[in-house]
Design a protein. Sequence first.
Length: 384
Amino acid sequence: MIRPKSKLPHTGTSIFTQMSHLAAQYGAINLSQGFPDFDCSPRLIDLVERYMRAGHNQYAPMAGVAMLRERIGAKVEVTTGVCYDPETEITVTAGATQALFTAMAALIRPGDEVILFEPAYDAYAPAVRLFGGVPKPVTLLAPDFAINWQTVAQLMNDKTRLIVINSPNNPTARVFSDTDYRELSRLLVDRDCYLLSDEVYEHVVFDGTRHCSAAQYPELRERAFVVASFGKCYHITGWKIGYCFAPRRLTEEFRKVHQFNVFSVNTPIQYALADFLDRPEEYLGLAAFFQAKRDLLLRGLAGTPFAPLPCQGTYFLLADYSAISDQPEQTFCQWLTQQHGVATIPVAAFYTDSINQRLIRICFAKREETLEKAIERLMAVKTS
Ligand code: PMP
Ligand code: GLN
């Protein structure tokens, strides 16, 4: 029987799919895969319907509906103070995932090295490999997951083509500091090396922490593809729509791939989002909205043996379970799902070497009652 030689022989089903499946199988509360269990704004749904009924149901322009790109440009300028030209520098994509993939496709040649920080979001390394690149992970460890920039400098050489960063970070919930960005700028200046900045949680930062975009640092801006997701902004992860902004020279290469990768993205949703972007309070309110959920979870965990780690941003919180068990993370997460009815994600899944630190990732993008029910169940978990 004919069988293709796998280009990703070591890649299996993602941990998010696995844990969501296990949660469904055991009827557990699903705090694993990152998606809200509450609905998006009804106005957004009305707008999509309006544009569908008005006949906006055929291909959109390759780079995205002009009005949406203009509104994205205005949003980027308001939030970062940096101007990108909607005509030549902003592209609407089928979610952040496609933007990440397309940027990598445009840049990476066989043998190119790509620096990633682990724990890393699962989509990065397989995409690097598909284009013949070699992922070079920098390992960051709990509790602070701090980056030693000296270590990064030592990894860099003439083959280093790309560095991928993600702040606010999934899963560590850590946010890049000004020092991180300055150190990164120093490393990249005068090199033929690019930056892919995954900023999908840009609006979800807590306790007065400010999200800084890579676009705000001139040495980074000139070589950066910045990626964002409407899925995270508007509680519509299932609509798979996002965007990428980058200087013209970079966007030209990005669009060459994009036009053959997806060509264009869902038309009525683009029109709807263009209208919806007229209310910045919708995304500017996200920090307070999710901080209340994080704090509810933190108060709840205080009555359990789980020890939370600091959470500066994203809708994920890491918790240390070493007071409960010395099982590896994957086994612990299965046990917690099956025995206590709460599904979470083992942080080891975000490391190439499955480093076990007795940490789980808890998604708190959930209704209050969901979080309260989960906390009740976690309170029943006993110390060892
Ligand atoms: N990057 C990170 C860090 C994510 O957590 C996610 C998904 N939650 C994505 C990218 C993918 O975003 P999208 O669903 O818009 O493709
Ligand atoms: N980004 C989501 C998470 O981190 C998962 C998305 C997916 O399942 N691919 O949980």
